[in-house]
Design a protein around this ligand. Structure first.
Ligand SMILES: *Cc1c(COP(=O)(O)O)cnc(C)c1O
Length: 311
């Protein structure tokens, strides 16, 4: 196998048959690089471009608990590239991801959240002056390359369906910057498939959150010469964001406990546990029954350990 070419992540059936549905989980948390997750899938494509453009320095942006920054720091270290992470002081809580970024030797540059844009530009400018050819990876791996990662992952889902003679009626997943959702929707459009892709928002509300998804979908589809979609075709559910990013309730905690005990699968309070809880609420409220349901486990294993104390 070529370096940078990874096998499809496993899809497993759950014992839980909540509301008379069959549940499956695509274990992108087992994507085989740096504790996996959607950020690892996306980062692979950004680093391929770093190589293609012969860049020699990587700069990105994210909070102290960012899965994206951990993966980028790891990939940069693997390729022997220096890496700087611009991080807002407002979200400066110690986490396993921070410890890993430090372990990989990334430089962490703290600034006020309002100064992020300027700090990034100044850093890139300074690096160019020093003779580097820096590459900037948008926060969370947002952008056409991040979208492509999940348009490609959609083929893994179709392949599983074909080889197991099953059709997923719904594909649920946590939606943050909307890139993962955009990629899945693109995969569906490109492959003319009709599963219902439902993003459970973990922080953003409509209409902004869903507009970002539509814009990302159309930006990618246009870049490959496909016709875009309209806003109505995006299922972005903002009913379970609670108090926004990082907030959760006791039902989320109960969901995480139950999935960990019954299925042996770790979820976290910020993304996957909150979205899994939101998915079940959505299924109950919409009276969805008798369906095949796929949940995409988007990773964040270090966050699971951060929240283990609260479980
Ligand atoms: C970033 C992240 C998400 C959100 O993905 P987006 O592509 O930004 O919507 C979901 N789950 C985990 C574990 C993440 O790290």
């Amino acid at each position: 196998m070529m370096y940078g070419n990874y096998p499809p992540t496993p899809i497993q059936m759950l014992t839980d048959r909540f509301n008379g549905n069959a549940f499956f989980v695509k274990r992108d948390d087992l994507f085989p690089f740096s504790f996996g997750g959607n950020k690892a899938r996306k980062a692979m494509l950004f680093f391929a471009e770093v190589e293609r453009k012969s860049c020699d320095y990587v700069v990105t942006y994210g909070s102290s608990s960012s899965n994206h920054c951990r993966v980028v720091a790891n990939l940069a270290a693997a390729k022997g590239l220096p890496c700087s992470i611009i991080s807002p002081v407002e979200t400066r809580t110690a986490s396993y991801n921070t410890a890993l970024m430090q372990f990989f030797g990334a430089e962490i540059i703290l600034c006020q959240v309002a100064a992020v844009k300027d700090t990034i530009e100044e850093k890139l400018e300074r690096l160019r002056h020093q003779g580097y050819k820096p590459y900037f990876i948008p926060g969370g791996g947002h952008g056409n390359l991040g979208t492509k990662a999940y348009a490609d992952a959609y083929k893994e889902i179709l392949h599983f369906e074909n080889s197991n003679k099953i059709k997923f009626d719904y594909i649920f997943h946590p939606s943050g910057t909307g890139t993962t959702q955009a990629g899945l929707v693109c995969g569906q459009v490109i492959n003319k498939d009709n599963s219902k892709v439902v993003g459970i928002s973990i922080a953003r509300r409509k209409p902004w959150g869903s507009q970002v998804v539509v814009d990302s979908v159309n930006s990618y589809l246009n870049s490959i010469g496909e016709t875009g979609v309209s806003g109505e075709s995006i299922d972005f559910v903002d009913a379970y964001v609670l108090e926004g990013y990082g907030s959760y309730n006791q039902e989320v905690v109960q969901t995480i406990r139950s999935v960990l005990i019954k299925e042996g699968i770790p979820l976290d309070t910020t993304y996957t546990g909150k979205a899994f809880w939101g998915m079940k609420e959505f299924i109950r409220e919409s009276q969805i029954t008798g369906m095949n349901i796929l949940f995409i486990h988007t990773g964040g294993t270090p966050l699971f350990f951060d929240s283990l104390g609260e479980l």
